[in-house]
Design a binder for this molecule. Structure first.
Ligand code: ATP
Length: 353
């Protein structure tokens, strides 16, 4: 296992635009990271630079402090899991899992012990003698994953959208198994996905990417609570954060003419210029009867079972709120409230408080 350092790395595929803007990133030994972003933002480019499938136009790749920029993939001691399972169809599950260890000259009892441990972690113990050919796509992907995990000497385990081929209803279980296996093996893992649920449940730290840049890195909680800009606020959360222009009062910020934030945080923001309020749909509530609230009207209600997503209009602004099933749904005109510590302030589209 090793730290990974992308030292001033950048990459262009020969066009003027950089698929990966010049960046300096460090991944700590034994932690799990997700590269999260929409299609084309540069996730696979970054992963391929780490694995050695791609030589970067700029900068150096260091694994455990050693410069491997020009070292071939096979010599980097990295395990990879791709979108589609890579298994030896003619071999059994045991032989598939044992293969990387045979290649490293492990003796048979040691291989049997290690394969047994990994099979147990992934729930494959009862399948060890079966031919890989007869397995389902998700079982095959578990084997690909097992082959990555079985070696405890790899510098890193890289996964590129490994759940793409998996049935939606099996993804949850597979994600749980991957996480469990990882918690025990403590490889340095970099996991590429465009699915925020996968990133949120899986990673210690998420790197949110957009147009070839890492726009924010942080724990799932940090990204949810303090998105650095409007892009991250929109991208993280379902639905994303509400952003609405604040009205400036004498000593407060208002929404729909009603004070929503006062005190020190208001004094600290620039005196002039637009201020945008960021409020998560989870943090908007209906005001209690008799309590002053932001005047709003309900536009539509989507029933999601345990939750409702309510679309409300505040003047010409539209906001969404998540309302629990246990909350009585008012109709027509309503008042809204949000706790001050849940409101984020953005100036020029960037988080200031
Ligand atoms: P996806 O989720 O669709 O795989 P991604 O975030 O992994 O997307 P990359 O595959 O890294 O993004 O692509 C980043 C940019 O580089 C895109 O604009 C893509 O079109 C471009 N690109 C990727 N591979 C090549 C290539 N071999 N030659 C030219 N351009 C490429």
């Amino acid at each position: 296992m090793a730290d990974i350092h992308l030292d001033q790395i950048g990459h262009s595929y020969g066009t003027a635009a950089y698929a990966l803007e010049k960046t300096d990133l460090r991944f700590a030994n034994g932690k799990t990271y997700a590269l999260l972003g929409p299609s084309g933002c540069g996730k696979t480019t970054m992963l391929n630079i780490i694995s050695g499938l791609l030589t970067p136009s700029d900068g150096r790749v260091l694994l455990g402090g050693v410069d491997v920029t020009r070292t071939k993939t096979a010599e980097r001691n990295i395990a990879q899991v791709f979108q589609f399972p890579v298994v030896y169809q003619s071999k059994t599950v045991f032989e598939n899992l044992a293969f990387p260890l045979h290649c490293r000259g492990w003796d048979k009892p040691r291989i049997a012990r290690r394969v047994g441990e990994i099979a147990e972690l992934l729930g494959l113990s009862s399948r060890l003698d079966q031919s890989a050919r007869r397995l389902t796509a998700d079982e095959k992907q578990l084997i690909s994953l097992g082959r990555g995990l079985v070696r405890n000497d790899v510098a890193a385990l890289l996964m590129d959208e490994p759940l793409t081929v998996i049935d939606p209803h099996k993804k949850f279980d597979l994600r749980r198994r991957i996480k469990l296996a990882n918690d025990q093996t403590r490889h340095t893992v970099i996991y590429v996905t465009h699915d925020q649920n996968e990133a949120m449940t899986f990673a210690d730290e998420i790197l949110v990417m957009n147009a070839g840049r890492v726009v924010q890195r942080g724990t799932p909680q940090e990204l949810f609570e303090k998105p650095r800009d409007l892009y991250v606020g929109n991208f993280i959360g379902s639905p994303g954060m509400n952003f609405v222009r604040a009205e400036r009062g004498d000593r407060d910020l208002r929404l729909g003419g009603v004070p929503i934030l006062g005190g020190r945080r208001c004094e600290e923001i620039p005196q002039h210029g637009d201020v945008t309020l960021g409020i998560r749909p989870e943090h908007l509530e209906f005001a209690h009867p008799g309590e002053p609230g932001i005047p709003a009207s309900i536009v539509s209600v989507e029933d999601h079972g345990r939750l409702r997503v309510v679309d409300v209009a505040v003047g010409s602004n539209r906001l969404r709120m998540k309302v629990g099933r246990d909350v009585a749904m008012p109709s027509g005109d309503v008042g809204l409230r949000a706790a001050e510590d849940r409101i984020r302030l953005y100036v020029g589209g960037v988080l200031v408080s």
